[in-house]
Design a protein around this ligand. Sequence first.
Ligand SMILES: NC(=O)c1ccc[n+]([C@@H]2O[C@H](COP(=O)([O-])OP(=O)(O)OC[C@H]3O[C@@H](n4cnc5c(N)ncnc54)[C@H](O)[C@@H]3O)[C@@H](O)[C@H]2O)c1
Length: 252
Amino acid sequence: MTDMKRLESKVILIAGAASGIGAAIARRCIAEGASIVCADYDLEPATKLAEALGPSAAACQCDVTKAPSAEAAVDFAGQRFGRLDGLVHNAAAPSTSATVVDLDESAWRHEIDVGLTGAFLMSKFAVPLIAAGGGGSVVFIGSQFARVATTRAVAYCAAKAGLVHLAKAMAVDHAAEKVRVNSLSPGAVATTRLLRRFADFDAANAGLGPAHLLGRIADPEEIAAAAAFLLSADASFVTGSDMLVDGGYATR
Ligand SMILES: NC(=O)c1ccc[n+]([C@@H]2O[C@H](COP(=O)([O-])OP(=O)(O)OC[C@H]3O[C@@H](n4cnc5c(N)ncnc54)[C@H](O)[C@@H]3O)[C@@H](O)[C@H]2O)c1
């Protein structure tokens, strides 16, 4: 995967770590020497992942939409590993395909709750612990659809645009505490999220690949590599940015 060890002695909490991009970020953080907490609504796959990654990984159940649950996940990370250096907010609800006219209010609220309010709540409890340890890095997983809109994805587009700007606002507030805050916006990535629309990844690649300048969708590991950069000291002068890792989707 990589020989780099940029995250040695760092403790990183990943919210929404059980599958897809979150699990790839977990694997990459471990490969680069970090200790990690895999926090997810879905405890069973998060626990299996942590067990597979070894003693530097732990899992906890976390619903990012509930303040006590977000606080408990941060407390768990602090108690298990003694400090916190990084937070990744990767959680997102399944996206409902709808226009503003036909989207249910409950579906709107749930997507905004998980994708945007979840980042607020995780940060609310994680940032003080990161700052107390001398600073660190917060990474929100956004989307190319924070930059450009797409059809029938109003809640998703709004949540992701809000997330990208939340990162900027937090970067302003917490720079003095040496807490860097950035978003990372992928293009289409081969995760089960795409299998709700396509029969398999070949079909997803054929359908979505041409919209990207590089002519294909991404592997989750390509997003995890960028996340590891933002979490590491290699990104020591990077804050308030939205890093597009979208194969050029939003470029034209
Ligand atoms: N796959 C793509 O094409 C793509 C493209 C751009 C951006 N993204 C973004 O990347 C991130 C990961 O996407 P993915 O494709 O790996 O999706 P995924 O559905 O596999 O992962 C999302 C994770 O979030 C967890 N989650 C959902 N609700 C939660 C809650 N209330 N509390 C805690 N955890 C919760 C899920 O259990 C799951 O493990 C998402 O933010 C998504 O919007 C994905």
